[in-house]
Design a protein around this ligand. Structure first.
Ligand SMILES: [Mg+2]
Length: 133
C-alpha cells in the first residue's frame, strides 16, 4: 500500500473490517472518535515538543523516530477516516470543497509568501460618509 495506489475508500473499508471483527462499533460514537483523534494529535506533537525546527529535521533522519511519528500520523488518519465514515462524510469530496473555499479566501496573487489569516487580507470598508446622529 502507498499513497499513490491506495484510495481513501480502501482505507475506510479496511478500518470498517477491523472494527467489525472486534465488535467495536458500539464504541465508535462521533464524540468518542473526536476525543480519540485529539489525543492522537497530541501524540504527534510529542515528537516535536521542545525541539527546534532544525532539531525536528535531524530527529526525522533517525529511522526509528520517523517510524514512531509515522505510526502516530497513521493513528490520527485512522480515527479521522473512521469519524468521517461514522458521520457519513465523504472526505475527498469535503477536501475538494475546502480547497475551493480556501482558494477564495486566500487568492494566490494576494497572499503569496504571507502566513496571515484570511481576515488580514479582507478589504477594510471605507469610513462612512453618513453624518452620525
Ligand atoms: Mg497513537
Amino acid at each position: 500500500m502507498s499513497n499513490a495506489t491506495t484510495t481513501l475508500a480502501e482505507l475506510t473499508e479496511l478500518i470498517r473490517q477491523f472494527t467489525r471483527e472486534r465488535e467495536w462499533e458500539p464504541f465508535h460514537h462521533p464524540k468518542d472518535l473526536g476525543v480519540a483523534l485529539a489525543i492522537e494529535v497530541g501524540e504527534i506533537l510529542e515528537h516535536f515538543r521542545y525541539r527546534t525546527n532544525e532539531q525536528i529535521h535531524d530527529y526525522l533522519q533517525v529511522t526509528s523516530s520517523k517510524r514512531e511519528l509515522s505510526h502516530e500520523l497513521a493513528d490520527g488518519m485512522w480515527l479521522l477516516l473512521r469519524l468521517a465514515d461514522v458521520c457519513d462524510v465523504d472526505l475527498a469530496d469535503a477536501m475538494k470543497e475546502k480547497l475551493l473555499l480556501a482558494a477564495e479566501k486566500y487568492p494566490a496573487d494576494l497572499v503569496r509568501g504571507k502566513p496571515d489569516k484570511y481576515t488580514a487580507y479582507q478589504k477594510q470598508s471605507p469610513p462612512s460618509c453618513e453624518p452620525t446622529p
